[in-house]
Ligand binder design. Structure first.
Ligand code: FE2
Ligand code: FE2
Length: 233
């Protein structure tokens, strides 16, 4: 155990586990497999949602980024649980983690491009709502993921109405702005008790995941008989 370094406004008495790089990447393989499964499962939906996966191959907003957001999100979820998660639809063991994985996968799934695209949160949420109904996810979990998808773009950066899934997704997404050469701006971050510890690990994760995902892409595009997100020109 180690003190949290005093960066957690609102819970100064709480002692929490320090996040190490190994903790951060521990769920990596499971996350890859889960994302591959979701990617395969959603292929038929591309006929219905024309934006779906059109940017999956982008190094900026594609699969590499989704994986990093998922890993940051899970690390943040662990910290939120340590702090004591208030009653919510995702308070059950494993529910927040499941919701964070789904939010990370869907959050940029319906981008046309790497541009501003202020409506891509809504577009991704539309796909998620359809998928959640098809797979009969519990209403509370589905709503928590929906909120996260909607709040992560074209929304006040820090909204008191944000539930734990939205906090995990928004902060995880902002931590990965390291790929754009940026650092998180404290006024744009939720107080999750985690992001200040995660920030120094983010550059290393950027290198690691980018390398591994290159291998995963081979499995996605060739080994499993699935089409590339868009044709090679
Ligand atoms: Fe986004
Ligand atoms: Fe994103």
């Amino acid at each position: 155990m180690a003190p949290d370094g005093g960066g957690n406004a609102g819970s100064p008495q709480t002692k929490t586990m320090t996040i190490t790089y190994n903790d951060l990447i521990a769920p990596r393989s499971a996350l890859f497999e889960r994302f591959l499964g979701l990617y395969a499962e959603l292929q038929p939906a591309r006929n219905q949602f024309r934006r779906l996966f059109t940017s999956a191959d982008s190094p900026i907003h594609g699969a590499d980024h989704w994986v990093r957001v998922g890993l940051f999100g899970l690390a943040i979820a662990k910290k939120l649980r340590e702090r004591g998660l208030p009653a919510s639809p995702v308070a059950e063991p494993g529910a927040l983690e499941e919701a964070v994985i789904l939010a990370a996968f869907f959050h940029d799934c319906a981008r046309w491009s790497d541009g501003g695209e202020l409506d891509h949160g809504r577009a991704g949420e539309e796909v998620w709502r359809w998928y959640a109904a098809e797979r009969k996810f519990p209403d509370g979990l589905a709503a928590s993921v929906s909120q996260a998808l909607l709040f992560h773009v074209d929304h006040p950066a820090v909204d008191p109405a944000a539930g734990p899934v939205a906090v995990c997704l928004c902060n995880a997404d902002r931590l990965d702005r390291v790929r754009l050469g940026e650092s998180p701006k404290p006024k744009l971050m939720y107080d999750d008790g985690a992001w200040r510890e995660l920030e120094p690990l983010s550059e290393r994760l950027l290198d690691e995941v980018t390398r591994k995902v290159a291998l995963v892409r081979l499995a996605i595009w060739s080994g499993r008989g699935m089409p590339r997100p868009f044709p090679e020109h």
